[in-house]
Design a protein around this ligand. Structure first.
Ligand code: G3P
Length: 223
């Protein structure tokens, strides 16, 4: 399973990257705005900075919602760095643009996916990644994880190569459940990735190992 971090915060990206388990980064316009990044040039500069930090796919989202401008914007983003994946919303013109990018050999991430039908369309259009939003479905009392299961079944039935990028991951249990289902990638906050480290028995066991070691070292000194 590939691990992407879902943020535009360079410090958090660096922490996840230093851990040695990071395969890529996803961003969206809200995450860029949260970092105070606005204006075309600043946004492009920020994407380049992320690509310099991480050796992996970096999803950069288009703002346009009509076919011509999605294509125009996506071509500029794809030129920024070889690791850029053009993130396109799941709308009619977005699907057409994904087909265009796919024919040009430009990789895409179809975002804002909330149903199996949308995921099927994204795969047929040739998307590299499809991003079903697990947490946002949970937020409205529907089962985000069952959507991941449905997409896995559909893609496996037909051998679609589009990778399931479980997005809107909120915590470590989401990651574990998505891994059990067979999502190809998960993207989540740093807290969810670091959450995987934690187990009280690990802390208790380590404390005991270190105490026993110190006791044995002290005894050896006495002799
Ligand atoms: O980047 C898309 C997705 O991961 C958003 O997550 O937490 O805003 O629902 P969230």
């Amino acid at each position: 399973m590939k691990f992407f971090i879902d943020t535009a915060n360079l410090e958090q990206i660096a922490i996840a990257n230093d851990l040695g388990v990071l395969d890529g980064v996803t961003t969206n316009p809200s995450l860029m705005a949260k970092e105070g990044i606005s204006g075309e040039e600043a946004v492009r500069k920020h994407y380049r900075a992320i690509c310099d930090l991480v050796d992996g796919d970096v999803s950069a989202e288009v703002i346009a919602t009509d076919y011509e401008n999605i294509v125009k914007e996506g071509l500029v983003l794809a030129e920024l760095h070889e690791n850029i994946v053009v993130k396109v919303p799941m709308i009619k013109d977005g699907i057409k643009a994904i087909r265009y990018f796919s024919e040009q050999g430009i990789r895409t991430n179809c975002t804002l996916v909330f149903s199996a039908g949308q995921a099927l369309l994204a795969a047929k259009a040739g998307a590299t990644y499809v991003s079903p939003f697990v947490g946002r479905l949970d937020d409205i009392s529907t089962d985000g994880l069952s959507l991941i299961e449905d997409i896995r079944t559909i893609y496996d039935n037909y051998g679609y190569e589009t990778q399931i990028l479980a997005a809107s991951i909120r915590h470590n249990m989401h990651i574990i459940e998505c891994a059990k289902i067979g999502a190809d990638v998960m993207t989540g906050p740093l807290s969810a990735i670091l959450g995987l480290l934690k187990h009280p028995l690990t802390d208790k066991g380590l404390e005991q190992f270190l105490a026993d070691h110190a006791k044995a070292a002290a005894a050896a000194q006495v002799v």
